[in-house]
Design a protein around this ligand. Structure first.
Ligand code: C2E
Ligand code: CA
Ligand code: CA
Ligand code: CA
Length: 282
């Protein structure tokens, strides 16, 4: 039994070691990525459920690493958060987004907005709103073109731990920037919490929408979110729509805006611009 225990300990430490090595490897890579501009910001369309017309976008980050190819945000955002690198990475994301909006303004496509994902650690750094305000001014862009997506979990934690979060959210809205609650329904909050958050948009998490089936995974939850949001005057976006059935069922529940592979995966800026310039065939 003792030998087994020792094995377990060895196994545990070697696991820890590989984790640590992986972490250091990713951290080094991230620093290099910032210097060598290996990040790419893709855009995924948000569209009207009724006619699939594109009405805006969400910015989704990608890292093209020399050695490891395309790395998903899920694999590097946690490291970026632990090391504080999320602050410069987040600034890069914001600058890139505003540069896209600037380009669209030049092309006369100013009615399309872009949503950026903001991590809890960016908010907790206490510098996010100042940076946001500064960049909007510097680039001469109206806040109205921008949305920030903050997860339900972040909002809940922030409210309980840190009164600054509430102040920051108000300041964000004073800049004309909309706030969307991301991944709604996945946290431990109840629907009642929606009322407390100063948000404009609620995003129904994709786990309630799609899985390996044609139909909505959780129609009742989707319905409850739509009803509640509506009564609070908030917009609803359903993410992860993959099938026509899901689109139809969401429409039947009163949801009007969606996102998902059914219409488009995240695409490059050029591709997104083409989508806006060339109307899709009916
Ligand atoms: P999220 O904000 O919930 O983004 C939605 C994710 O679902 C994206 O994954 C998107 O590519 C994927 N998706 C879109 N349509 C469908 C669909 O129809 N079916 C399925 N199964 N998935 C779909 P992605 O791009 O890998 O991003 C993962 C997460 O990484 C994001 O989740 C977000 O939390 C985080 N993230 C992405 N970009 C950034 C960023 O710039 N900053 C921060 N802090 N986090 C980011
Ligand atoms: Ca999001
Ligand atoms: Ca989400
Ligand atoms: Ca998510």
């Amino acid at each position: 039994a003792k030998r087994l225990g020792l094995n377990k300990v060895q196994c545990f430490t070697s696991n820890l070691q590989t984790q640590l090595e992986k972490h250091l490897h990713v951290e080094k890579g991230l620093r290099r990525a910032l210097e060598a501009s290996q990040f790419e910001l893709l855009l995924q369309p948000k569209w009207s459920l009724a006619d699939c017309k594109v009405i805006g976008f969400e910015a989704l980050l990608r890292w093209r690493s020399e050695n490891d190819g395309l790395i998903s945000p899920q694999d590097f955002i946690p490291v970026a958060e632990k090391t504080g690198l999320i602050v410069p990475v987040g600034e890069w994301v914001l600058r890139q987004t505003l540069a896209y909006l600037e380009r669209w303004n030049e092309l006369g496509l100013c009615q399309y907005g872009i949503a950026v994902n903001v991590s809890p650690l960016q908010l907790k750094s206490g510098q996010f709103v100042d940076m946001l305000q500064h960049l909007l001014q510097e680039m001469g862009i109206a806040g109205e073109g921008l949305e920030v997506e903050i997860t339900e979990e972040t909002l809940l934690d922030g409210y309980e731990e840190d009164p600054r979060v509430q102040r920051d959210l108000s300041r964000i809205r004073e800049l004309g920037v909309k706030i969307a609650i991301d991944d709604f329904g996945t946290g431990y909050s109840s629907l009642r919490y929606l009322r407390q958050f100063p948000a404009d948009i609620v995003k129904i998490d994709k786990s309630f929408v799609s899985a390996d089936q044609e139909d909505l995974v959780e129609p009742e939850i989707c319905r409850a979110v739509v009803t509640m949001a509506e009564s609070l005057g908030m917009e609803v976006i359903a993410e992860g729509i993959e099938t026509q059935q899901q689109r139809q069922q969401l429409m039947d529940l009163g949801c009007r805006v969606g996102q998902g592979y059914l219409v488009s995966p995240p695409v490059s800026f050029d591709e997104a611009t083409r989508l806006l310039l060339v109307p899709a065939p009916d």
